[in-house]
Write a protein that binds this ligand. Structure first.
Ligand code: PLP
Length: 370
């Protein structure tokens, strides 16, 4: 029997939280407090507390969380920021937009995360920050990255867009001792998704928090009085209301993602389909379940013919994007990222997947990769 299994089914999720979300949206419409306001502040407190941080700053997207953070840190023209080439575009796009230069360091082939042992060689006198990305839901080695940052006096800005709720050594993203600030995305496909765009920055630094809030609102300390040039990075109250309504479910959703991942892991063990490596002490948020397969594009097409959706995160590493040609990287540089871009495939892992769908996907992947 042929089934159709989507990569993500947000309608199925909505069906489980329909009443709460509709009530939350109605509340905002009745109040007509649409920008900032008490719901945004409540969400800021809730996300900060969950992340083990003192402060939260609600912003318009994960992208703007990164940009607001870099601007608030004064990381701009003449500065270099070390990051991974194997991530969503926004990570490096924000470094460029802040006016700084992205310096890419290759990934670990088994976790797809930035390789801390290669970071120090990339540091120059212009380096101001390290921007690790907790890709697919797994936290990077923050002990190693934090130690390097401390030795060289660098900021650490976490891109946790895919990893809200993930922990390493029991510490959640945002709560690591050496983290300057941590950026989350509420894009609908993230573990905690808004009904549109949204993001959040968490930090323990009070002065940085003030500055991020200032820049979020065109640099105005008081309406129409501007200390500096910021932007409109504000979070809508409607999005905050939807997110607050969904937040109580987040841990359960992430737990189910991990259960689904564990099922796939057991099915793929010892086959040509290589499951993701999760390091000891890490609890992944499993925003994506990504395997490495030979003949990836062929497998993807065969899966589609069997009704199984899959996706490639990401088909071209950032150091080889046309817009970053000026950085001077070439095909063959950062080979682990290049190989990952050719071999990875994300499979459906969303919390509402039925057991029969999981089994169907695993069978199909094994048949198509065999
Ligand atoms: C989604 C994502 C972003 C950007 O978040 P938006 O809310 O879509 O702007 C940044 N970095 C990573 C790794 C992401 O996955």
């Amino acid at each position: 029997m042929t089934r159709t299994v989507p990569l993500l089914d947000l309608k199925a999720q909505f069906a489980t939280i329909r009443e709460e979300v509709l009530a939350a949206v109605t509340g905002v419409l009745e109040s007509q407090v649409c920008i900032n306001g008490p719901l945004v502040e409540e969400l800021e407190r809730a996300i900060a507390a969950r992340s083990g941080c003192r402060f939260g700053v609600g912003v318009s997207s994960g992208t703007d969380a990164l940009l607001d953070t870099l601007m608030a840190l004064g990381v701009g023209a003449g500065c270099e920021v070390i990051t991974t080439p194997f991530t969503f575009f926004a990570t490096a796009g924000c470094i460029h937009r802040a006016g700084a230069r992205a310096v890419f360091v290759d990934i670990e082939p088994d976790t797809y995360l930035i390789d801390p042992s290669r970071i120090e060689a990339a540091i120059t006198e212009r380096t101001r920050a390290i921007l690790p990305v907790h890709l697919y839901g797994q936290p990077c080695d923050m002990d190693a990255i934090g130690a390097i940052a401390r030795r060289h006096g660098l900021f650490v800005v976490e891109d946790a867009a895919q990893s809200i709720g993930a922990t390493r050594g029991g510490v959640p993203c945002g709560g690591f001792a050496e983290s300057t600030a941590c950026c989350f995305s509420f894009f609908p496909s993230k573990n905690l998704g808004a009904a549109g765009d949204g993001g959040m920055i968490v930090t323990n630094d009070a002065a940085l928090h003030d500055r991020m809030k200032l820049l979020r609102n065109h640099g105005a300390h008081e309406k129409y009085f501007h200390d500096e040039v910021g932007a409109n990075f504000r979070l809508d109250a409607l999005q905050a209301a939807v997110l607050l309504a969904k937040l109580p479910k987040l841990d359960e959703w992430s737990r189910r993602r991990r259960e689904n991942a564990a099922y796939y892991d057991s099915r793929f063990q010892g086959t040509a389909v290589v499951p993701p490596t999760i390091r000891d002490g890490c609890v992944s948020a499993v925003n994506q379940y990504v395997v490495r397969v030979p003949n990836r594009d062929g497998v993807k097409a065969k899966l589609a013919a069997r009704g199984v959706a899959s996706e490639i995160y990401y088909p071209r590493p950032l150091h080889l994007q046309r817009c970053f040609e000026y950085l001077g990287y070439r095909e063959g540089d950062l080979p682990h990222a290049g190989r990952a871009a050719r071999e990875v495939l994300a499979l459906p892992v969303f919390p509402e997947l039925a057991p029969q769908d999981l089994e169907y996907v695993a069978d199909a992947v094994l048949a198509c990769a065999g």
